[in-house]
Design a binder for this molecule. Sequence first.
Ligand code: SF4
Length: 83
Amino acid sequence: MCICINCHWVDRCQVYHSVEQQHGVAHLNATPDIKPKNPKIHISLIDLSDGGIGKEWDVRECESFQNDEGRWQRLRPGEALPT
Ligand code: SF4
């Protein structure tokens, strides 16, 4: 699971914006203004239902992480958490 969903900066972060891009999901913010320090992105290969191979991007460590439990969910109430 990407740590960004519980990060205070998730809707202003340029790296999380790239993760959204990779996952093909809607952006929280079209113009993020925060560049995080040393994010470590974990990329996994996953089997897709159509038989293809997809990539999943998760930030696992980041020096700019600031814990704000449930930040993403508060910004998108009722929506499923990104995986
Ligand atoms: S953990 Fe780092 S990469 Fe993720 S939203 Fe926060 S600042 Fe951005």
